[in-house]
Design a protein around this ligand. Structure first.
Ligand code: HEC
Length: 147
């Protein structure tokens, strides 16, 4: 009877792990894994650098909307606000686009990457971005959202 209960418990835990594994990442952005950071760098250069800048510097006047109502791409370095957002929010922003948070009518140049990048490619590109922040900013981000 007891073993049976433990077996059932294991199944529940295992099932939950599979569900979570679908797109959440229990440990957050894997910025301490150098292999993932390296893979993320390639994803960044191929997909993000064109707008967010090769050095994560963003586009000029990124806080001012243009005549068409679009914002330029913000920096992903410590001068921007990427590090103010949780791991999960950054993931969803990249996967589904800003409309996920700002509403379907929101005008944005930022494309959703669902179907273009896999979930692990998205986590890896965020790992690359986080790996570029100064140590103090990385620590603040980790403390705010993971601890
Ligand atoms: C065509 C230009 C373009 C490309 C390519 C692009 N972005 Fe963006 N991104 C933007 C713009 C513009 C915003 C500002 C969102 C808005 O319109 O309010 C943004 C915002 C973001 C944000 C939210 C940042 C914050 O501080 O709130 C994240 C995260 C992000 N982009 C990640 C990425 C990643 C990762 C890639 C590559 C896989 C990428 N972007 C590719 C234009 C782009």
């Amino acid at each position: 009877m007891k073993t049976h209960t433990i077996g059932q418990l294991c199944l529940i835990v295992f099932g939950a792990m599979i569900l979570v594994g679908c797109n959440a990442n229990a440990n957050g952005i894997p910025y301490e894994d150098s292999k993932k950071v390296e893979q993320g760098m390639a994803v960044y250069e191929a997909n993000c650098a064109g707008c967010h800048g090769v050095n994560l510097e963003g586009q000029p006047n990124w806080q001012t909307r243009d005549a068409g109502g679009y914002l330029p791409a913000p920096p992903h370095d410590e001068t921007g606000h990427t590090w103010h957002h949780s791991d999960q929010m950054l993931f969803e922003m990249t996967k589904y686009g800003p409309q996920k948070f700002a509403g379907a009518d929101y005008k944005s140049a930022m494309p959703p990457y669902e179907g273009m990048l896999t979930d692990s490619e998205i986590w890896n590109v965020l790992a690359y971005i986080k790996s570029k922040w100064p140590e103090a900013i990385r620590a603040r981000h980790t403390k705010a959202f993971l601890k």
